[in-house]
Design a protein around this ligand. Structure first.
Ligand code: HPA
Ligand code: ZN
Length: 334
């Protein structure tokens, strides 16, 4: 097999941008729909896959939120997360930072505790049985108001030991980061780390707001930053990681084709870029597929792959000691 593909598969990797609801594979969706007696508009796997034809972020979110309705009890959230952990093992992901969207579930009457406990117990089992470490980040849905985000933060407080940070996702354009200024400031007071989706479809101004108003440690996506030279300088000087999701960007038409993706340009500008799968059940592949397809489309060299993988640990919320352990291991392999 191609040497660089071998290397991608062999390297230990961290994944920092993964929505657990976006790892719901059609097979599990059908199984849970049947078990929980939830009506979904698909009869079989082919019908589900045929519906995954997106023209922008919103057209994806409409299907993603609808599919999440099959998740009802704690066991469902466990099964969903465990399935992702097994995929992570296959992809040689040794550390993962998982997003979940509590409001998608609590707004349908599902208990916050059932959601977090199901996800958390699967990550606990994965550490014991698969040797994969995890952090959990809860995202506020930006199409809802700040009051709803505050209610969600309150529900999270008793689970502080299981949740490392807060993020911001869902429909970006028209819902700027500044809409969530107060809830992010309260989250920081409560010792949560902060990240936010910004500059996926939205303008560079949204990335500025995420940095200056929400005080985020990482920008999720961030690919629109190339339109603003001052912003690039800021991201480079402060070494703000960008959690880039190549296949997602193609499926949601941020770029027309993978050859047009700006990942390599971002790397060449000296930015801390990482590769991630976002919603792998919907976007055509898990982490290794994102790496391999990007490598082929953009002619990424061995050194680029090494930088991307080192960046994944450098940008993680692991302790400095654990980061060093993985980075030393990578340096020994490449
Ligand atoms: N962007 C915004 N919200 C999301 C995404 C995304 O890529 N995936 C799941 N929720
Ligand atoms: Zn995302």
């Amino acid at each position: 097999m191609n040497e660089i593909v071998e290397l991608i598969k062999k390297l230990p990797k961290a994944e920092l941008h993964l929505h657990i609801e976006g790892s719901l594979e059609p097979e599990l969706m059908l199984k849970l729909a049947k078990k929980n007696k939830i009506k979904i508009p698909y009869k079989n796997i082919d019908e589900i896959k045929n519906a995954y034809n997106f023209h922008n972020l919103q057209s994806f979110l409409d299907i993603y939120y609808q599919a999440a309705k099959v998740l009802i009890d704690e066991q469902d959230f466990f099964d969903l997360t465990w399935a992702y952990m097994l995929k992570s093992k296959e992809n040689n992901i040794v550390h993962t930072e998982i997003f979940f969207d509590p409001q998608t579930h609590t707004d349908r009457g599902i208990k916050f505790d059932h959601v977090i406990n199901g996800i958390h117990s699967a990550t606990f089992k994965a550490e014991k049985e698969l040797g994969i470490t995890s952090k959990i980040i809860m995202c506020f849905l930006r199409h809802l108001d700040e009051h709803s985000a505050f209610k969600t933060l309150e529900q999270a407080l008793v689970h502080k030991n299981k949740i490392i940070g807060v993020g911001l996702d869902s429909s970006e354009v028209g819902n700027p980061p500044k809409k969530f200024k107060n809830v992010f400031s309260k989250s920081i007071e409560e010792n949560f780390l902060t990240v936010a989706h910004a500059g996926e479809e939205g303008s560079p101004e949204y990335i500025w707001e995420a940095l200056d108003i929400l005080k985020v440690k990482r920008i999720d996506h961030g690919v629109q930053c190339l339109k603003d030279e001052k912003l690039i300088q800021r991201l480079r000087n402060d070494e703000i990681p960008l959690t880039v999701c190549p296949l997602s960007n193609i499926k949601l038409k941020v770029f027309e084709k993978l050859q047009d993706h700006t990942l390599k340009k971002l790397l060449n500008k000296g930015l801390t870029v990482t590769i991630n799968s976002d919603d792998p059940a919907y976007f055509g592949g898990y982490l290794n597929t994102n790496f391999i397809e990007s490598q082929m489309a953009l002619d990424l060299h061995k050194e680029d792959i090494k930088t991307l993988v080192i960046n994944s640990f450098k940008s993680s919320f692991l302790s400095e000691k654990k980061k060093k352990k993985w980075i030393d291991q990578i340096n020994n392999l490449v």
